[in-house]
Design a protein around this ligand. Structure first.
Ligand code: REX
Length: 425
């Protein structure tokens, strides 16, 4: 139904002002502005559920109940920022989890690498459907593998990390301080049988994004760190985001990561310091909850890529049979129970599980981290923050079961440090 004209004018001005102030492409879902300057009301924006921050806290507590020393989440939406923390960021000092702290984001790095690569495509330095070997002659044993196959995990290049971390703690300790060249990592993959013919199937592999790093360095003539810095960190003012490979430290206030050994009951291993050289452009970026929200939101709002390139990046295919999980180009799409689609990435690096997602309009974003890994139940629990944040409170169930009314055994009683902070960016 059309809005009264004064409300239309107000809404359009707000959109244009937001676009000018933020340097953001105007949202086009609510109104179309034809070139003649007339304003036409189209479909009204769908109502946005308020985040269920109690549900977010419950998911963080569930991550702790499943073995994480601490966890935190930060939601950025139309009504501002809400953050929740539980547990500790340092088991020795007992320092509380802190939403300003940095951590290792693992494969969320793949989205950063993809943005850089797609900018290079926009600049005509690379072509998505060209063979990788055109830019890196002789690197791959198959000329049919294209740049797009890497970004969509359809190259068939085996993931060398499966063997590397077959025994979790010895595998980690063997590479914790190692510095690999990209070529060495590709060689590890090429020593294994390829998993699919190029293009035919999705098969997640870190090798793809190692080759993406090589392509970025080839096209720019500079280390990937420079490209991240110049093209993403600086323009978005991501002051807590860095790529310091092969430095082993996380600078400033940070979360310590704790790796679960394979043997049940064995003590956690502090895995904070490592080169992450085994992942590099596939997983070695360091960031913070605020910076991750700024990044995924800016990406979806079109601040990093042209509309056509963003459309390409967000064009997805299913990754499983549930028809709720998809992969685009260096980007996951999750379809939540309320019908909302969110785009972003997950990350696993020793000691850290991460989720960083935004709605397609960039208006709502969530990042969540737990400082453990190799413990799938903690990761699954942490993923519960997504439903709570983006779908809001579930309608109350009929009070038929006792479990709904009274606390169950093993319920986590730790109180979160609750803070609603003003948005910094
Ligand atoms: C390496 C093993 C995990 C970690 C990995 N990480 O491939 C990449 C990533 C960078 O983030 N991928 C995930 C170790 C899947 C993503 O996209 O979400 N596991 C651990 C073992 C298992 O050592 N034996 O859990 O820390």
């Amino acid at each position: 139904m059309p809005l009264p004209s004064h409300r239309r004018r107000l809404a359009v001005s707000a959109t244009l002002i937001a676009a000018l102030v933020g340097g953001v492409a105007p949202a086009t879902t609510a109104f179309a502005v034809p070139s003649a300057g007339a304003v036409t009301a189209t479909t009204a924006p769908a109502p946005v559920p308020a985040p269920d921050m109690e549900g977010v806290t419950a998911a963080l507590n569930a991550a702790m109940a499943n073995g994480a020393p601490g966890a935190m989440a930060r939601f950025t939406g139309p009504d501002g920022v809400r953050s929740r923390t539980v547990g500790v960021r340092d088991r020795v000092s007992g320092a509380a989890m802190d939403v300003q702290a940095r951590f290792r984001i693992g494969s969320v790095s793949k989205t950063f690498s993809t943005v850089v690569l797609l900018q290079l495509v926009q600049e005509g330095k690379l072509t998505l459907d060209a063979p990788v070997n055109e830019y890196l002659p002789g690197l791959l044993p198959d000329d049919r593998v294209t740049v797009r196959h890497l970004l969509t995990h359809r190259s068939g290049l085996a993931d060398y990390t499966d063997d590397m971390f077959n025994n979790t703690v010895p595998g980690f300790e063997a590479v914790r301080n190692r510095v690999f060249s990209y070529q060495e990592l590709v060689d590890l993959s090429l020593a294994l049988p390829r998993t699919t013919e190029p293009g035919v199937a999705y098969k997640y592999s870190n090798t793809n994004f190692v080759v993406v790093g090589m392509l970025i360095e080839k096209a720019t003539g500079r280390p990937v760190a420079d490209a991240y810095e110049r093209r993403i960190f600086k323009p978005l003012k991501l002051t807590k985001t860095s790529y310091v490979h092969p430095d082993t430290r996380i600078k400033g206030l940070h979360v310590r990561g704790y790796l679960h050994p394979d043997e049940a009951g064995a003590p956690l291993v502090d895995s904070t310091e490592q080169t992450v050289s085994w992942a590099q452009s596939a997983g070695a970026v360091i960031s913070s909850p605020g910076d991750l929200n700024t990044f995924t939101s800016a990406l979806m709002r079109g601040r990093l890529l042209s509309p056509a390139m963003l459309e390409t990046m967000t064009t997805v295919t299913p990754t499983d049979t549930t028809n709720t999980r998809f992969y685009g180009l260096g980007l996951r799409r999750y379809d939540l129970s309320c019908g909302t689609q969110i785009f972003g990435h997950t990350g696993t690096v020793q000691g850290f599980y991460t989720y960083a997602f935004s709605t397609r309009d960039g208006r709502r974003s969530l990042s969540a981290v737990a400082n453990t890994s190799n413990h799938g139940s903690a990761n699954t629990a942490l993923g519960g923050t997504l439903e709570a944040a983006f779908c809001g409170k579930k309608p109350a169930a009929a009070p038929s079961s006792r479990a709904a009314a009274s606390p169950t055994a093993g319920e986590v009683t730790q109180l979160p440090a609750e803070r609603d902070l003003p948005e910094r960016h």
